[in-house]
Design a protein around this ligand. Structure first.
Ligand SMILES: [Zn+2]
Ligand SMILES: [Zn+2]
Length: 439
């Protein structure tokens, strides 16, 4: 029987390999790559099970045979790399449990397990490998990182997941006093919240503000969170060749949003102090809660071009203030925003951090926070969509005028519009339109 098929798209992987300068690791390892003939029957079976997605058979095989799992086939591909290319998370987990080295790389074109996972399009698999220490900056023989390979084949979720990943150790650094510090920069109980906050993929400023609220404890320690983010930005930019400029920009971006929210907090506190002196009554939530106050500012939109003016100005300023001016990401964003008829700043920032999206994504975007796949429609006008009730509530102060224009007033009293009301709605809308044409 011949060896199991290495089923990766060879043409695609080799299209740019004409360059003679292969990376040092692949040159070093080239002589170690064994031929298929040297694979034992057992090893061949492992490859076959992976190739056929036979996870239970593989589990039995591994349980009944003690073997090192980092052997490779004739192309230098390990079982882990095969499973990654197949996008099979279950088998990958099994191999990792078996002790497979996540960064082992004997592949003829220096692809790592993460390169193959990125090509498979399975973002969760990418996350799994990264949480097991897979190197994000590893480059193949043509100098491409896993995220770049994912972008190359249009796997945008993988690009975003990889670009937004940071090891937990990067946060844990700040929960212990460093150098001359007598106390850590953030209390240890905030580590998980901060880790989650930083890795969020949706970087719409409203969503960032909302997750500050949702990641337990962060809101009560904003100045500390700000200090840590600024420090992380600095550390990222001083890593030398290992610098990840996308992450550096993300830390910068998040720190600026936190800083702006702190300003809102102070403004409201000052206003509250004044009001107490004047003995005025409590105001509505949007004018007393700092996060809501900030979100309203971000959403407010009075210009004819439909761009929320405060948000646009704030985000443009955040880009301009990125201190890493030599970076590719800075120059690209500035150039895009300076062009004629530029896209919104939020889309430029989002594309810089998460990679460029394809044009065929006819995703429905949440009106409030930019989240994709927002499936809940405004029950009155059905013209806008949100993630959930909370996003709808936050947008209502803006949407209510627009909504009233298309919604019949007789129905607004009943917030639950069922399918049985459809005819009534249709008639009412007809009347409404009729009225408009008469006037
Ligand atoms: Zn939303
Ligand atoms: Zn509506």
């Amino acid at each position: 029987m011949s060896a199991p098929v290495t089923s990766y798209p060879r043409k695609q992987l080799e299209r740019t390999t004409s360059s003679s300068s292969s990376s040092s690791s692949s040159t070093l390892l080239v002589n170690m790559t064994p031929t298929t003939e040297s694979l034992s029957e057992l090893q061949k079976q492992v490859f076959t099970h992976i190739s056929n997605h036979e996870s239970s058979e593989l589990r039995t095989l591994l349980a009944s045979n003690k073997m090192k799992i980092d052997f490779v086939d004739e192309n230098g591909m390990s079982p882990l790399q095969h499973a990654c290319y197949k996008g099979n998370k279950e088998i990958v987990q099994m191999l990792l449990d078996q002790g497979a080295d996540v960064n082992a790389c004997q592949h003829e074109h220096a692809y790592t397990a993460l390169h193959f996972a990125a090509l498979s399009g399975n973002a969760e698999l990418c996350h799994l490998l990264m949480s097991h220490g897979a190197k994000l900056t590893a480059t193949n023989s043509v100098g491409r990182t896993p995220a770049q390979m994912a972008a190359f084949v249009g796997n945008h979720n993988c690009v975003a997941t990889i670009n937004n990943y940071i090891p937990k150790a990067d946060i844990d650094y700040y929960i212990k006093p460093q150098g001359l510090q007598t106390e850590p920069m953030i209390p240890p109980h905030l580590a998980d919240s901060l880790h989650k906050f930083i890795m969020q993929v949706n970087v719409h400023p409203v969503r960032v503000a909302m997750s500050l609220q949702r990641c337990t404890g962060l809101l009560d320690h904003l100045p500390k969170v700000l200090k840590v983010l600024e420090s992380m930005r600095h550390r990222e930019m001083t890593r030398g060749t290992d610098t990840n400029e996308i992450m550096a920009f993300k830390y910068h971006y998040l720190s600026c949003i936190v800083s702006e929210l702190i300003k809102c907090q102070k403004r409201l506190e000052a206003r509250k102090a004044e009001k107490i002196n004047e003995k005025l009554a409590d105001e509505e939530k949007g004018k007393t809660d700092p996060v809501e106050f900030f979100i309203r500012l971000l959403l407010k939109c009075s210009r004819s071009d439909g761009l929320p003016e405060y948000q646009e100005a704030l985000l443009r300023e955040i880009v301009r203030e990125f201190p890493f001016r030599e970076s590719m990401i800075f120059r690209q964003m500035v150039a895009t925003l300076a062009g004629t008829d530029p896209p919104s700043a939020v889309s430029v920032i989002s594309a810089a951090i998460n990679g460029q999206r394809g044009f065929n994504d006819n995703q429905v975007i949440c009106m409030t926070c930019g989240e994709e796949k927002a499936t809940k429609k405004c029950s009155k006008c059905k013209a806008v969509q949100y993630c959930d009730r909370e996003c709808q509530r936050l947008h209502w102060f803006l949407h209510k005028k627009e909504c009233a224009r298309v919604s019949p007033s007789c129905i607004t009293a009943n917030p639950k519009v069922t399918d049985t009301d459809k005819v009534d709605i249709a008639n009412a809308v007809k009347n409404e339109i009729g009225n408009l044409t008469i006037q």
